[in-house]
Design a protein around this ligand. Structure first.
Ligand SMILES: Cc1ncc(COP(=O)(O)O)c(C=O)c1O
Length: 489
């Protein structure tokens, strides 16, 4: 959809003909034009319906538009508060001219200008519908069918990994990864304090002990130094989380893991397509996982994938995914397994998504870079760091409010909500929440700081460039208003 036209494009003069008014309506695709007198003052509005009715009642295309225009219309002073303007828009009143002191239209409001901007929307519209329809028409709606393996193959090829296993979501992907590596009771797994709770939950479900560590101030990701310090003789694995699409420092993490004989389980739930020195995240450690939840870069509704380097671990995981059943003997169980299978219908959506992953990832990066450009120089805002060799795919573009800024993070979120913009707080520090307190420490200053000052911006591929500009403008004016009023945190 293109940018809504400027108000000038919607204006016709009262002596213009019905034909000229129709041409104007045709060009702007808004279904309405604003009629002004010789002084430029608004005297009426005319919709395509008004003109059609006029013609049916005997008017001629060469007649003046003022003969059919509506003179009883809603308009508002341009100084009206945005919230009040929005409240007047409805399915009947879809356009409101905004007038200056002399009654001249200088702007207008319409629904599309005030579309509420969600934090994320799935990028559908390719072959998703036809592939899912195929599943229904052929009755292959469960976890058998051509799409599951195809989806696995496509993800494996995209990431350059030898083996990929589709599962029902990103949380069980992590759990299966740990179980397949034999990690369980008595083992410790190092995980960052700042991540979505699924990372630590998976460790607990495997029966292992999570060891929380603080994050780095520049990347907001697992701190390798803190990781080294947290290693004990019970440590079995490190779980770096490529949060918000930003790759972790894998050189350091691989070095630490190698030196100490540890596994690496990469939680790349939020980072499909992100690269570390040209390598796909998820393909660097022993095992890597993705989430395909509806808000992720690519989606299957619910879904996940586990990437393996080693065939034996992959085969074992495949067996665990399917109730622990022997692959050669149906209903013979060698293991206590799980049902973590992905359905053919989910995979059908996944295949359609993978067909367009380059386009999706490229748009995510463009959006991230655009935010970065428009917000660079905004005082009091720390933007995601750009590090040579790391390609961030900006799952959610996230920034951190500095101490000197004049607004509380949650107040900023409410203000932006009033503009129809869905800003989101980042995750809470895990060590502060009751189920995880005993695995961390109140000394995790960086994680706490980022948690309470971080904010994620709408990052859907459907975002239009002018919407990104509107978001940045709304943000800047909220910050500026508080600065002028001298409000401090
Ligand atoms: C960092 C991280 N890990 C794991 C998950 C779990 O994925 P899912 O929601 O598909 O279970 C998520 C997703 O929400 C996540 O953001």
């Amino acid at each position: 959809m293109s940018t809504p036209p400027d108000v000038e494009d919607l204006i016709v003069h009262h002596s213009d003909s019905l034909r000229e008014a129709l041409e104007c309506i045709d060009q702007t695709a808004q279904g309405i034009c604003f009629v002004v007198d010789t002084g430029g003052r608004l005297v009426g509005v005319a919709t395509d319906g008004d003109i059609r009715r006029g013609l049916l009642e005997g008017a001629d295309l060469s007649d003046h538009i003022q003969s059919v225009m509506e003179t009883d219309f809603v308009s508002l002073p341009v100084t009206t508060d945005e919230k009040d303007i929005q409240s007047r828009l409805s399915s009947k009143i879809r356009h409101i001219p905004l007038l200056d002191e002399d009654g001249r239209p200088v702007d207008y409001a319409c629904r599309s200008k005030y579309r509420s901007i969600p934090i994320m929307e799935p990028h559908l519209g390719g072959n998703e519908l036809s592939y899912v329809t195929e599943c229904v028409e052929t009755s292959w709606i469960s976890s058998q069918g051509r799409f599951v393996e195809k989806f696995e193959d496509m993800v494996a090829e995209y990431c350059g990994v030898p083996y990929a296993l589709a599962v029902s979501n990103g949380t069980v992907a992590l759990h299966l990864a740990l179980e397949a590596l034999g990690i369980g009771e008595g083992d410790e797994v190092i995980v960052p304090d700042f991540t979505f709770a699924a990372s630590i939950n998976a460790i607990l479900h495997a029966g292992a002990t999570p060891v929380l560590v603080d994050i780095r101030e520049d990347t907001w990701l697992l701190d390798p130094e803190a990781t080294s310090e947290a290693i004990t003789d019970r440590t079995k694995a490190i779980m770096p989380v490529h949060l918000y699409g930003q790759p972790c420092n894998m050189d350091e993490i691989v070095r630490i893991a190698d030196e100490n004989g540890l596994y690496i389980v990469e939680d790349a739930a939020e980072a499909i397509g992100s690269l570390y020195h040209g390598e796909h995240v998820g393909n660097i450690g022993d095992v890597g996982t993705f989430s395909f939840y509806g808000n992720k870069t690519i989606t299957t509704g619910e879904g996940g994938m586990v990437l393996f380097q080693d065939e034996e671990t992959y085969q074992y995981a495949a067996q665990l995914r399917d109730h622990g059943m022997s692959s050669s003997q149906r209903y013979w169980h060698d293991e206590v397994g799980y049902n973590y299978r992905m359905t053919n219908m989910q995979a059908a959506v996944g295949v359609a998504q993978l067909e367009r992953i380059d386009e999706i990832v490229e748009r995510k990066i463009q959006i991230g870079e655009r935010y970065r450009r428009e917000l660079s120089g905004v005082e009091g805002l720390t933007l995601p760091v750009n590090i040579d060799g790391r390609k961030n795919t900006y799952w959610l573009f996230t920034a951190v409010l500095k101490d000197e800024i004049h607004i509380e993070r949650d107040e900023l979120i409410s203000k932006m909500k009033m503009n129809g913009i869905d800003l989101r707080p980042v995750f809470y520090p895990l060590h502060e929440m009751p189920p995880y307190q005993k695995y961390g420490s109140s000394h995790f200053k960086v994680s706490s700081y980022i948690s309470y000052n971080g904010v994620s911006f709408p990052s859907s591929t459907k975002l239009r460039n002018y919407e990104i500009s509107n978001i940045c403008e709304a943000l800047k004016s909220s910050l500026e208003a508080n600065r002028i009023m001298g409000i401090t945190k």
